[in-house]
Each structure stands twice: as structure tokens, then as C-alpha cells.
Design a protein around this ligand. Structure first.
Ligand code: NGO
Length: 462
């Protein structure tokens, strides 16, 4: 007897067995299934062993059985079903017979999108959430402010968006999310059990805010609208009470929209802030975040300040290993974004038309074939993994798609699947199997030569 084939589910489930016969469902049933109102369905009791996001799925000739202890678990299981469904001519879908038991390795499986360098609005962000959801990510980190633009409306601060939102890299008009837009995104994400983590980058990367409020700049620095890509020149004045009043207004609004949520205070590359001023600023900004009942997170540089015990720190700059050592020594919870593996704004290869290369080239294998345990000490507290898409060179939704696919599924597998299941040879074949899904969804991707695509003609333009 031949063993039934195991389908190409990404991220690889903890356990999956092919059981032979599956079933064929009409398209209408399948749509009802995947769009089922999970809230009213309610989690099945007796599945407490599956944890926060785990699920159990059985598909056989008699039907589909999906169990979870939480609604989030059901949402993750439905994504597996979506990936299992193979379209048949005439509109029906075939589901293979399988038994799956699954749960994530890490609680933080993120994607950061930079909407500051080039502005992307509600529809583009929802589309990115859809792609992230398909691969069971649960955090969307929005980089909302930078030297080139301020992208979130803050009540009582019309200059931030009116002036600070009017630029971006290059000659484009910029743009910003209204409060209502932002709430729409948070609600859309929440329905998919994705948490939005807003980032307000402080005290550097603040030129756009300083153009709106020049009096918040240190003396001698005259902020001018900036459309370039060099960074590290801007800073809020750590000794000006009005700078903290700005932070206060922003955090108050974020707390109103997502009570108890995360606020990412940036903290990266504050090259024009002295170490003393940096410590002063970050310490006060953290106090503002906590005073509103919000949970702070920051880039790795923030370890130069005193951080609350257990605060998550995001590791990105592999050139600065001292930050990592300090974070580990202090027992910080690490969100792993090593640029040479998960910065999806890096070029795939030399000559690739999009992206940067300061951290080298990141092809699919670089995104897949690594592990947090190979970077941090055995006792470090790894909270999870987050891919990052900075947008200095990214101007369209198709650009975003080509940078995310096929690398994001690789990062997602690192974040969800057990470390022992890592197997590049098998992954590159499973990943190739997803091209037909992307084609059906009308999503562009880069046909990296590292992936084992099923034999097919590459349509020009992919
Ligand atoms: C760095 C920098 C960003 C750039 C990005 C480009 C961090 C945390 N700060 O990452 O401003 O956009 O590299 O790859």
C-alpha cells in the first residue's frame, strides 16, 4: 500500500497524517465554511489541551471536524482548511483525508509594515493582514511615523498629519490614516485574531513630527520636510516638556483605541541623541506608556535605558551583538527580527529591482533555514519572530506582494512549527505548491530559483 500524500500546509503542523479518502465539497459550502461566523459557532469544549491557538482537524469521507479550545484556534484551523482545498473544474473543492493536531511554537508571530516611508492606506493594509493570516501570523506591527512622514491622526494635533503627513520618500503626496481608518484596521485584524502593534518611533526618526512642531527640536536643528532615505539625523529634545506632552497625546489616543494594548516606542538609530538624553527620553516615554495601562515594546537599542522587567525588545541589527547580550542578561523577552533572515525589504539577490542590501541578500532559504536558538543563548526568553517590510523602495501593493511572497511563509514556518521539523529540501517543495493558491488569489510573488515550483511556465511579470 502506498501512503497517502501529505499536503503542503505552511506552516507545517505539529502532526499531520494522510488518511486516504477525503471529500469533495461544492464551492458554496466551502465559502460558508471558511467564512463561518466563528464567534457564534463558539469554541468546542473539551479541547483545552490545545492551548491558546491550537486546533485539531480531521477530514474524511464523512466530513470535516475542527476542534479548538479558543476562537483563535478555530481561526488558525480554518486557514489550514483553506490551504488543503484543491479547486476542481466546475467550482467544487477537493479536501484530502487528513488528521492534524497543531499549535504554535511562539506566541508572537509578526509582520511589520512601514507605512511611513511610502504611505499605504486601509485597503492595502487589510490585504497585508489577509496574507499574514493565511500563514497564521498573529501580530501586525505598523511603523506609523518616521523622518519622511507621520501617518496617524491624533486628536488636537492636526499639524502632525496635515504637515507631517504630507511627505514621503520621493515626490509622492504622502497621506495618513484617520482615527476611523485606524480603528477599521484594528477591528479587521481583531476578527482574524491578529493584534495591531502601533509604532511611534522616538526619539529619533522624528523629522516629520519636528517639521510640524519645530520647537520640539534641540536648539540648532531646523527641521525641513524630508524625502530622502538617509536616517539618524533627527531627535526630539529630551529636555523639553512639550516633547513629552506630544508623547502623552499620542499614547492617550492609542490607549483609547486599543486599551491595554502594545505601544512600540521605536528607539532605533537615535544617532543624534546623546546617550544621556536617550536614557532620559526612553525612560520618560516608557512611563507615559505604562501610565495609560499600555504595554511597551521597543527596538534593541532601548536596552541602553532601564527597561521594566520582562519588557519585549525587538532584535534587528545583527551588527550590534552587545545589545542582544544586554537584553539576554536583563531577562528581556526577545522578538527576533534578525535583518539577515527576516528583513523582507532586503533584495533577494544582486540586481533585484526592489529592496536594500545593507544586511546582505535575503533569499527564501535565508528566511527559512535558521533558528532563534542559533542566535541567542539557550536561556534567553524568545517571545517570537517578526518579519519586517520597510518601504524605502516599495511603492505599490504588487511590490509588497513580491517582497512577502515567497519569503513570508518561510518566516511564518520558523515562528509556528517545531524547530525539529526544519527541513529545507522538503520546504522548498511544499512552498512551490503554494504558487497555485497565490495565482488563484491574484497575488504577485517572486519566482525565486531556490523554490521547487511545480513544472509550469513562469508568466512574465511574476
Ligand atoms: C533599520 C532602520 C529603518 C530602515 C531599515 C531598512 C530599523 C529598526 N531601523 O531597521 O529605519 O528602514 O533598517 O532595512
Amino acid at each position: 500500500m502506498t501512503r497517502p500524500a501529505v499536503p503542503a500546509v505552511i506552516p507545517a503542523p505539529v502532526s499531520m497524517t494522510g488518511t486516504g479518502d477525503g471529500l469533495v465539497v461544492p464551492a458554496s459550502t466551502f465559502r460558508r465554511y471558511t467564512a463561518v461566523d466563528l464567534e457564534s459557532a463558539g469554541p468546542r469544549t473539551g479541547a483545552d489541551d490545545l492551548g491558546e491557538e491550537g486546533y485539531r482537524l480531521r477530514v474524511g469521507p464523512d466530513g470535516v471536524d475542527l476542534e479548538a479550545g479558543t476562537e483563535a484556534g478555530l481561526v488558525r484551523g480554518v486557514q489550514t482548511l483553506v490551504q488543503l482545498a484543491e479547486p476542481l473544474p466546475g467550482g467544487a473543492y477537493r479536501l484530502p483525508g487528513v488528521e492534524i493536531e497543531d499549535r504554535p511554537r511562539y506566541p508572537w508571530r509578526g509582520l511589520m509594515l512601514d507605512v511611513a516611508r511610502h504611505f499605504f492606506g486601509v485597503d492595502a493594509i487589510k490585504h497585508v493582514i489577509d496574507i499574514a493570516t493565511l500563514y497564521k501570523l498573529n501580530v501586525l506591527h505598523l511603523h506609523l511615523t518616521d523622518d519622511q512622514g507621520w501617518r496617524l491622526e491624533i486628536p488636537g494635533r492636526p499639524e502632525l498629519t496635515g504637515i507631517g503627513g504630507s511627505t514621503q520618500v520621493g515626490d509622492g503626496p504622502g497621506g495618513y490614516l484617520t482615527t476611523a481608518d485606524y480603528e477599521t484596521i484594528v477591528t479587521y485584524a481583531r476578527a482574524r485574531h491578529v493584534t495591531v502593534v502601533p509604532e511611534i518611533d522616538l526619539p529619533g526618526h522624528t523629522n516629520a513630527a519636528l517639521v510640524a512642531y519645530p520647537h520640539l527640536a534641540p536648539s540648532g536643528y531646523r527641521p525641513m520636510p524630508y524625502r530622502g532615505t538617509e536616517v539618524g539625523f533627527s531627535s526630539l529634545d529630551a529636555h523639553n516638556a512639550a516633547a513629552y506632552a506630544l508623547v502623552e497625546d499620542v499614547v492617550r489616543e492609542l490607549a483609547r483605541i486599543q486599551p491595554g494594548g502594545y505601544v512600540h516606542i521605536g528607539g532605533d538609530e537615535a544617532h543624534s541623541t546623546s546617550d544621556d538624553d536617550y536614557r532620559t527620553f526612553v525612560t520618560r516615554a516608557l512611563a507615559v506608556v505604562e501610565s495609560h495601562g499600555m504595554r511597551p515594546i521597543a527596538w534593541q537599542e532601548a536596552v541602553k535605558a532601564d527597561l521594566p522587567a520582562g519588557m519585549p525588545v525587538q532584535y534587528w541589527d545583527t551588527r550590534a551583538s552587545d545589545h542582544l547580550a544586554t537584553a539576554e542578561r536583563r531577562g528581556a523577552a526577545l522578538v527576533m527580527s534578525p535583518a539577515d533572515h527576516v528583513y523582507l525589504d532586503m533584495k533577494y539577490e544582486a540586481g533585484y529591482p526592489l529592496g536594500l542590501d545593507w544586511a546582505g541578500h535575503v533569499d527564501v532559504r535565508d528566511a527559512y533555514d535558521w533558528d532563534p536558538a542559533e542566535i541567542v543563548g539557550a536561556r534567553a526568553a524568545v517571545l517570537g519572530i517578526e518579519a519586517a517590510l520597510w518601504t524605502e523602495t516599495i511603492t505599490t501593493v504588487a511590490d509588497i506582494e513580491r517582497m512577502l511572497l515567497p519569503r513570508l511563509p518561510a518566516v511564518a514556518e520558523r515562528a509556528w512549527s517545531p524547530a525539529e521539523s526544519r527541513d529545507w529540501g522538503r520546504f522548498r517543495a511544499r512552498l512551490g505548491g503554494h504558487a497555485s493558491l497565490w495565482d488563484r488569489l491574484g497575488v504577485a510573488y517572486h519566482p525565486s530559483l531556490q523554490v521547487a515550483w511545480p513544472s509550469r511556465e513562469f508568466a512574465a511579470g511574476h
